[in-house]
Ligand binder design. Structure first.
Ligand SMILES: NC(=O)c1ccc[n+]([C@@H]2O[C@H](COP(=O)([O-])OP(=O)(O)OC[C@H]3O[C@@H](n4cnc5c(N)ncnc54)[C@H](OP(=O)(O)O)[C@@H]3O)[C@@H](O)[C@H]2O)c1
Length: 353
């Protein structure tokens, strides 16, 4: 098949591209700057250059910024589009930019799909379009609910936009939870979600080491709240299965049916970093914080709403599709999670000394 991918040089985009290349598909990879794909072309993509067309463009521009000649040459050639490009910022100050990329950008991608006659668009959304609710579904959420941040709100609005095209082409919505490293190698090329948290703890440890006061340091988290982590290779399994085993209007939660508790996540982090002074306390037991504790919690404030609640995400649609595709559901155990956390903390998380 001929497949067009936006956000092709992102964390997910590169993994998805590699999987589709291995299966023999011909890919059109949209990137804002061709050079951003250099390391992919020289490493993972090496040997596949005959299957890759790099397309320079920007989702915030009409026709993705492609000229008439290029549009004409793509018309009738594309069998499916994966729309993965997005701005992943939880910052209220980035609201306008976030909407520009995630909502206007999605509208431009849908219009581009119509223009070039792509029969299918697979939109990569997020499980957190559920907003402030504690239970999700594999249906379109109402857009007038409360959201934790502009990112969630923009992705929900984009889902509605995509869904509105289902009379004109086939659309599928895929909703990953918090994407973490590869289940087998542990490797992850991102600083988002879990990785911001891990980096914060590594910085806290450095500060504590400098003080040499043998004191305990508190992290205010509810041990019984679960975090919905999904390894990137599992996410790719679902995106890949959806190419042949989904129907128009399908919505899939790419979530972990047995998400790890915060107590387990922190126990792994302490073990890997050899950081026994780190103690978990309930938020309600908040007292005076030390400067180090305060610096850590301030830097994590954008995640507060996620730290405080477990969200239930049903996965019946995803399970049914994976069964049809002969792909197993995710089973993440402590060992797998430890491998992913350890790979990042030991090899990738660079923090100032
Ligand atoms: N990572 C997660 O935990 C997670 C969880 C749930 C859902 N998702 C969704 O999964 C998708 C991929 O996320 P990711 O983790 O791969 O993020 P990422 O690594 O930040 O990749 C985002 C990609 O979007 C591209 N992009 C941003 N603005 C663009 C524009 N104006 N025009 C064209 N491309 C643009 C970026 O290109 P540049 O390199 O040029 O900036 C980058 O390639 C997103 O839709 C995200 O909402 C991610």
């Amino acid at each position: 098949m001929k497949i067009f991918i936006t956000g092709a040089n992102g964390f997910l985009g590169k993994k998805l591209s590699l999987r589709l290349l291995e299966q023999g598909h011909e890919l059109y990879l949209l990137v804002r700057k061709r050079t951003r794909l250099d390391s992919f072309m020289n490493k993972e993509g090496k040997g596949y250059s005959g299957q890759i067309h790099i397309v320079e463009g920007d989702v915030t521009r009409q026709n993705l910024g492609l000229n008439a000649e290029l549009l004409e040459s793509l018309t009738g050639k594309i069998d499916a589009i994966y729309h993965s490009a997005a701005l992943l910022s939880f910052d209220e100050n980035d609201r306008d930019k976030t909407y520009k990329v995630n909502v206007d950008g999605t509208e431009n991608v849908m219009n581009f799909a119509l223009k070039v006659g792509s029969p299918r668009v697979l939109y990569i959304s997020t499980a957190y379009t559920v907003g402030e609710e504690n239970a999700g579904s594999e249906t379109l959420y109402s857009a007038d609910r409360s959201f934790v941040n502009p990112y969630e709100a923009s992705k929900c609005e984009a889902e509605h936009l995509v869904y509105g095209y289902r009379e004109k082409m086939e659309v599928v919505i895929l909703r990953p939870a918090i994407i973490i490293g590869d289940s087998k190698t542990g490797e992850a090329d991102t600083n988002f979600g879990l990785y911001g948290f891990l980096k914060g703890i590594k910085i806290l440890k450095k500060r504590v080491e400098r003080k040499k006061d043998n004191q305990n340091y508190r992290i205010f988290l509810d041990p019984d709240v679960a975090q919905n982590f999904v390894p990137v290779d599992y996410v790719i399994n679902v995106l890949d299965a959806a190419l042949f085993h989904s129907e128009n209007g399908d919505i899939f939660n790419i979530t972990n049916p047995n998400p790890p508790l915060q107590s387990e996540i922190l126990s792994i982090v302490k073990e890997v970093l050899d950081f026994p002074e780190l103690k978990m306390h309930l938020l309600s037991s908040n007292g005076e914080m030390t400067n180090e504790e305060k610096a850590f919690h301030d830097s994590m404030s954008i995640f507060n709403s996620y730290f405080q609640r477990t969200i239930d995400f049903p996965t019946e649609h995803t399970e049914k599709m994976l069964t049809a595709a002969g792909v197993p559901m995710l089973e993440m155990d402590r060992e797998m999670l430890k491998r992913i956390i350890e790979t990042f903390l030991m090899n990738q998380a660079r923090v100032p000394l």
